[in-house]
Design a protein around this ligand. Sequence first.
Ligand SMILES: NC(=O)c1ccc[n+]([C@@H]2O[C@H](COP(=O)([O-])OP(=O)(O)OC[C@H]3O[C@@H](n4cnc5c(N)ncnc54)[C@H](O)[C@@H]3O)[C@@H](O)[C@H]2O)c1
Length: 259
Amino acid sequence: MSLLQGKKGLVFGVANDRSIALAVADQLIKHGATCGFVHFPGEKNERRTQKALEENGMNDAWMVPCDVCSDSELDDVFAAAREKFDAIDFVVHSVAYADRAFLKVGNFTSTPRDVFAQAMDISAYSLLAVAQRAREMMPNGGGIITMTYYGGEKVLPGYNVMGVAKAALESITRYLASELGDKGIRVNAISAGALRTLSSMAVGGIDTMFDHTVTRAPLKRNITADEVGKTAVYLLSDLSSGVTGETVFVDAGYNIVGI
Ligand SMILES: NC(=O)c1ccc[n+]([C@@H]2O[C@H](COP(=O)([O-])OP(=O)(O)OC[C@H]3O[C@@H](n4cnc5c(N)ncnc54)[C@H](O)[C@@H]3O)[C@@H](O)[C@H]2O)c1
């Protein structure tokens, strides 16, 4: 299948072989896309990202480091991407962080200002910062997707400040979609069900989510990262040409259930 044949883009957020971004890239590549990878700086991080890419058949992939809190590092990434790819067709934003000391059940009220600001900067503002630069490289339009979680809409004990950041991220998705639509750029969020990754293991009470999903979600099971990847193919291909500003759930239907 070649839904993304000839399409080129950047994938932010492959930390290791469990990263959602890796499963997304894998599906995009299976459908014909070329991906460049943006990883958190540091030798150890670079090695881990490279290992994950190589073990999944993405040898010799183009990789650049970037802390998304830094405007100058983001500028460097997009300058390097312009050299490498000239124009791009898509961006996958799969980045989030909050101090795990404040992702414990029952301690949202204790969140200090600096922890709040850092979580918002890395997990929400960074989408805006990336889109600002990506639009300059999308002369023919394109697609931007980000990863969110149900805790941005409803209270999930332990998700805490990350839930607030996801609410902002989903709102940023809509505002970006509104402003970039006339340039043919679509912006959407995937709200993934719980998956065992480096980031999710920092969330207090996450195991309860896995159990609840099996008993309460319509599909009676947890999701796989590949299912997120397949929805990414839909959102970044012509199949979803009329869809923008949406939060698309890939959660085995968990969010539709009231009781
Ligand atoms: N795992 C889940 O259950 C789940 C569910 C829904 C949504 N999500 C979201 O999916 C996205 C990817 O998370 P994941 O679960 O694959 O975990 P992950 O830890 O593999 O990915 C998070 C990524 O964010 C990167 N990152 C953190 N701070 C950064 C910074 N300052 N600059 C650059 N990169 C930075 C990390 O290096 C890592 O690559 C996140 O937005 C997460 O909130 C995860």
